[in-house]
Design a protein around this ligand. Structure first.
Ligand SMILES: [Zn+2]
Ligand SMILES: [Zn+2]
Length: 430
């Protein structure tokens, strides 16, 4: 016997396109897609207060991280102390403008813009001083820059740089270093509390509720596409297929991301091309007692291995060689799967996609190591470190593979797999 299930607002899963009606959630509850397990909405307990306090504290910690000495360096009687600004200013003075721009964006500009936007948003949810159009703009900004926050990767980069320098010089951790650690942890906490759908619900309500969907209780997952609907990737609203822009957030909407596979394949080809110079040319140039010695990514790994710094050698090898290669291979395989699906379960493919998306930015570690060492080790002929020509090509490999993963539309994997319509439906709420 069939009976209609959905009469009010529905949402389509961002990763598999199956339709869900999200019931009113209490604080501390979240709602997962029953088909692919993707968390559709997460309503944290006391979320506004927690976001506000974590966001403000993170900004305060950044101010402390900028005004005190960050790292101290002494070798053969020569001493040097740097602030976080020095890392950027040395790169600018040495004409590495693009690298300094990427470091400034990833460390200061994006995180500060993100933190200010979320703090302003949760504050205005309560007081309503800001116009709704500005709040919409702020939410868009928050969603767009979140994948490009890399302060945690930078912190690991600093730790790797410190271990690398351990045998050559004495390193002293300044007050700002500890403030920077607190800034990173508080920023990560803020990011973990912010939920896209929750943000939009705060200013626009639960989404358009004019959609009347007659769904039958037939134990199958039905996609938005099968109902002639489109799930907005940006805010989670569900709209009629004739719509071109989301009536809730204003973003352009598509049932499937246009040219998703061609875009992903183009980014992958570009990243494979850039992978060659990234590994052939030196990534770092070390001057020691007048002699200059360039080192490639693999050269650096082998040197660390020969110096018995096994954990650091492994971290650099994994981040700089294994992760980019595995990412390129798995995304190529996923694109292939969209054209010629194998019997393998779609859920396994989706898990591979999620891992690929999650680990990609960690390849930036080596770039940050080079940037920190360049800022720190500037003793002229005695000892100095400069970025090599491979820095830009390696950075473009990482950015291109991140863009490839972002362009890929995971819903295509479900479309290409015939087993996806026969899975039993079971809604989970935690
Ligand atoms: Zn799903
Ligand atoms: Zn929308």
């Amino acid at each position: 016997m069939s009976r209609p299930l959905f009469y009010d607002s529905v949402t389509a899963c961002d990763e598999c396109d199956s339709l869900h009606r999200i019931p009113p959630l209490k604080s501390g509850e979240r709602f997962k897609c029953a088909r692919c397990g993707h968390v559709l909405i997460n309503v944290h307990a006391y979320v506004k207060g927690r976001i506000f306090s974590a966001g403000c504290s993170s900004l305060f910690m950044l101010v402390f991280a900028l005004i005190f000495p960050f790292l101290g360096f002494s070798s053969n009687g020569a001493e040097r102390s740097i602030t976080l600004f020095t890392v950027v200013s040395v790169l600018i003075n040495q004409d590495y403008l693009l690298l300094s721009a990427v470091i400034s964006l990833a460390l200061f500009v994006f995180p500060v813009a993100y933190l200010l936007a979320v703090v302003l948003l949760v504050w205005s949810f309560r007081h309503r001083y800001i116009r709704r159009s500005i709040m919409r703009y702020l939410i868009r900004w928050v969603i767009a820059i979140q994948p490009w926050l890399m302060v945690d990767v930078f912190l690991v980069g600093i730790l790797v740089a410190l271990v690398k320098m351990d045998s050559l010089a004495d390193i002293e951790l300044g007050l700002s270093f500890w403030a920077f650690c607190a800034y990173v942890l508080l920023l990560l906490k803020t990011v973990s509390l912010v939920d896209r759908r929750w943000l939009w619900n705060q200013i626009e309500g639960q989404g358009p509720d004019y959609l009347l969907i007659e769904r039958t209780d037939s134990d199958v997952f039905e996609s938005a596409q099968q109902h002639g609907l489109i799930g907005c990737h940006f805010c989670g609203a569900t709209l009629h297929h004739s719509a071109r822009h989301c009536s809730r957030c204003g973003h352009s909407i598509h049932s499937r991301r246009p040219h998703s596979l061609t875009g992903t394949i183009a980014f992958l080809i570009a990243s494979v091309i850039m992978f060659v110079p990234a590994n052939v040319f030196p990534i770092m140039q070390t001057t020691f007692l007048g002699g200059s010695e360039p080192s490639t990514i693999m050269g650096g790994v082998l040197l660390l291995w020969s110096l018995e710094s096994y954990p650091v050698a492994l971290v650099i090898f994994m981040a700089s060689v294994v992760i980019p290669l595995v990412k390129i291979l798995s995304l190529s395989w996923l694109c292939w799967q969209c054209y010629y699906p194998t019997e393998r379960k779609t859920l396994q493919k989706i898990r591979l996609y999620r891992i690929t998306e999650l680990v990609g930015r960690w390849s930036m570690i080596d770039i940050f190591v080079v940037a920190v060492l360049t800022g720190l080790v500037q003793m002229g002929e005695l000892m100095s470190i400069l970025p090599g020509p491979a820095v830009l090509s390696f950075m473009s490999v990482i950015i291109l593979t991140m863009l490839a993963a972002m362009t890929f539309d995971p819903r295509l994997l479900w479309d290409s797999n015939r087993d996806s319509v026969s899975t039993p439906r079971q809604e989970k709420k935690e």
